[in-house]
Design a protein around this ligand. Sequence first.
Ligand code: HEM
Length: 507
Amino acid sequence: MPVVDYKDVQAMVRFGFGKMTEACYYLVHVKNAAAAKEWLLRAPVTTAEITPSLRTALQVAFTRQGLEALGVPQKVIAGFSTEFMTGMTCDPSRSRRLGDVGANSPGKWRWGYEDKVPHAVVMVFAYPGELERWKQSVKGEFWSQAFQEMECLPTQDMGGREAFGFVDGISQPDLDWEQLRKVSRNCDQLTYGNTVCLGEFLLGYTNEYDRYTDRPLLDPTEPGANQLLPAADQPGKKDLGLNGTYVVFRQLRQDVRGFWQFLDKATGSARLQRYQLAEAMVGRTLGDGAPLVPASRSLIPGVGNNGDQAARKQDVRLNQFTYDSDVAGTACPFGAHIRRANPRNADIPGGPQGWFTHLLHILGFGNKNVRADQIASTRFHRILRRGREYGEKLSPDDALRTAPENDSERGLQFLAVSANIQRQFEFVQNAWMMRTKFDGMTEESDPLLGNREPVPGCPFTNTFSLPQEGRVRQRMMDVPQFITVVGGAYFFLPSKRAIRYLATIGA
Ligand code: HEM
């Protein structure tokens, strides 16, 4: 296995820059390709090496339109994935699958649609009080000649919570940087684990199928290809994707007042019940984000492998669980946001049970837990979340007050890293979040993200089910839309070597 050259990987694949609480995302159009390349050549892009003294960071990613604007040949661009090439908004059936209809329709977006698709996103991060200086330093002498700034999307440090008030960023996959994880093409994984093959998040390495994800591989005679390394699976080709990946960016506006006021009405203004209902929708407590299901008795591989001892302990407490002990969904509803987003199942439901049970499963018999069979295996559909909140913080109690006339917008700059946008982000968003038939339920989609739009065969999608112990389930009706998409695009996050290739192409 090739050892990962951290100097070649952009840092956000490995770090969330947690201490750099100030950040913003410049969406830019390339105005002058030559100047843009000069800027790119000098850009102090932060890499994934561990640098304890780091106080600022810079990351850069491009859309397909951005690569074209830099002059990357079409035959090279053709090697990127279809969804990256098509983009988030250019195909109505993709928009439908992502739930981008009704109030979420791309035509209503502020950015990411038609001529508002950015060419690049330039992400800057800094310790408190250091962002403004860092922005100027990043821009340098070529910025204004090179780029037209479309937007500078702000972020807000809400103290580790998202805008509704829940702790954010608790569960993340554990990337197998050392590439020790063994997966076989012919053998099922019988238990849920949190460690995921590096190739799920970084191009040029093997993924959970023990294969290499498609990426642009160049003929060595292609101009500029000599700056790139050979592909591990096809050494005769130069790998433009190696140590790069894709970033999904969606700007999601949250109706924080609408959320808490709806819950307040639904619970007859009883504070405790209001919080409990919100917790059921998310799947974690409002206090410290503890899961609603008890910790798993068996150790989950990959939980608690990061950080110091205290962080590890916290990680285990908050993430050492599966839904195996809650097959009726009475502790954590089947439709709760985190249960949809990561059902924490394995290839064979119910865990290791010996070869006979395994055989029965393969033949389609003997599964007591029919629900579990209906959900695809989690390990092929993980995403690495790197988003940040934006707007003014509003506490759950303040959200019950009437909005002032000049109430500010708040929400999430949702960023997700994955090597395969379709199999990872798009699958989670479509099959698990938006789908109105999920885990045996109908007429509901994700309680936070659902657009509540009718779909063929399902005129109502605005319910939320709460299974009850020994009783018929409780069902909430008329759940409004709480989250609206206001922008988005798919980006390629190149390696340092690929950045050099982009900066010198055609020179
Ligand atoms: C404004 C929109 C959103 C809000 C308010 C939100 C909120 C949350 C919260 C509170 C958690 C639990 C804490 C944590 O583990 O970080 C969570 C987890 C998660 N969310 Fe979201 N989320 C949003 C959008 C999305 C989207 C668009 C996706 C993917 C399509 C997504 C996927 C996930 C995943 C994969 C987890 C971790 C689940 C686990 O591993 O247990 N979220 N989200």
